[in-house]
Write a protein of this length. Structure first.
Length: 370
């Protein structure tokens, strides 16, 4: 966006006796992407811009087109017209970026190369040191507010303990920025972000939202059913920042990802005694109670398996995982995910909502009254 402003591709334009501020012509932008080697061809350029539209970063100036057309149409960055949706996740990310830029731009920065257990880490700081700096710079009013900010930054993967063993504390524990905000990123990275999230085609195959015992060489999942029977099934090992860095015991290193076992080997019998319809769940006086669960995913996921659709139900829960700690049980029906009503959706769509959402998952479930 800033490069386009500097290159005068984003500017006030007049069309049909009306002036549209801070907009660009789609066809000109596609040309620019190819000229600057941001896209190898027009088709890729269109896909990249469609990604930005899907993520509410750009839009048609009159919102008459929901897709990106490589034509003489005017589009605009939502940050240029005040329509960019500032969710909690976006606010935390932008706050982290602002703090990072502020810290690296001063001469006597608290960000330093430090060593712990004979390992050197870049951009490190002590928890108490960061809190002192936040108060000194007027970023927060007190130490409690600073701790809450530090915890939010850690939970969103912006900072982390150097060995991934601790949350953020007002202490001499060593942390570092996990995201290098100044790394030049190419737009084509957007097209690869979901490449490992392909869903299997079988409507009966559940998706597993937690990999248990993530030691090297362990490729098993545990599927916990109502009769407490433990069933080990073969599964594909996921790749992640954690495994690439050789750190398998991370408190937090990357957003939890889904792992999809082969259909033929992971199709357990449903835990439901009988099928239940949406009408039955929602009918007045139905023997179901709605509960809200807040699940904070760890480095390997949230700890449950969903199956079916319209409505989906909880097929399995890892007894030692985050979901179980939040009160999730098998046979509960998924009512909403992060505020989105999902009773009418299948598990593939629900999985996408979970994967693209925040690490802290808020779910409403409907549980049968005993």
């Amino acid at each position: 966006r800033l490069r386009l402003h500097d290159g005068k591709l984003v500017k006030d334009r007049r069309f049909h006796l009306r002036t549209y501020p801070n907009c660009f012509v789609a066809k000109e932008l596609t040309d620019w992407l190819i000229d600057r080697k941001e896209a190898p061809d027009r088709e890729t350029g269109i896909r990249l811009m469609q990604k930005l539209m899907d993520h509410y970063i750009i839009h048609h100036v009159c919102d008459e087109h929901s897709d990106y057309k490589d034509a003489k149409l005017l589009y605009r960055f939502r940050k240029d017209d005040g329509t960019f949706p500032l969710s909690k996740d976006v606010k935390v990310f932008m706050r982290g970026q602002s703090l990072y830029e502020k810290l690296v731009s001063v001469e006597e920065s608290i960000l330093k190369v430090r060593e712990e257990n004979s390992v050197k880490y870049q951009r490190t700081f002590l928890g108490s040191e960061m809190i002192d700096w936040l108060i000194q710079e007027g970023e927060v009013e007190n130490r409690q507010e600073a701790v809450e900010l530090g915890r939010a930054l850690l939970e969103h993967g912006i900072i982390q303990h150097v060995s991934n063993r601790h949350h953020f504390f007002d202490s001499d524990v060593l942390y570092h920025f996990w995201i290098n905000f100044r790394r030049r990123r190419r737009l084509t990275e957007l097209l690869n972000e979901n490449s490992s999230r392909a869903l299997c085609e079988s409507p009966d195959s559940p998706f597993c939202l937690r990999k248990l015992n993530p030691e090297p060489g362990n490729t098993s999942f545990l599927s916990v059913q109502t009769n407490k029977e433990i069933k080990v099934v073969s599964a594909v090992r996921r790749s992640s920042i954690t495994s690439l860095s050789g750190n398998s015991n991370a408190y937090y290193s990357a957003p939890p990802t889904l792992v999809f076992p082969p259909v033929a080997e992971c199709n357990p019998k449903s835990v439901l005694k009988r099928p239940v319809t949406n009408e039955e769940l929602l009918s007045p006086g139905a023997p179901y109670v709605k509960k809200t669960l807040t699940i904070v995913g760890d480095a390997v996921g949230w700890g449950f398996v969903v199956r079916g659709g319209r409505p989906c139900h909880i097929q399995a829960v890892d007894p030692g995982g985050p979901a179980a700690a939040a009160g999730m049980k098998v046979c509960q029906f998924v009512f909403s995910v992060n505020g989105v009503y999902v009773l009418h959706l299948d598990y593939q769509t629900i999985s996408s909502l979970i994967m693209t959402g925040p690490r802290t998952l808020v779910m409403e479930v409907m549980e049968a009254i005993e």
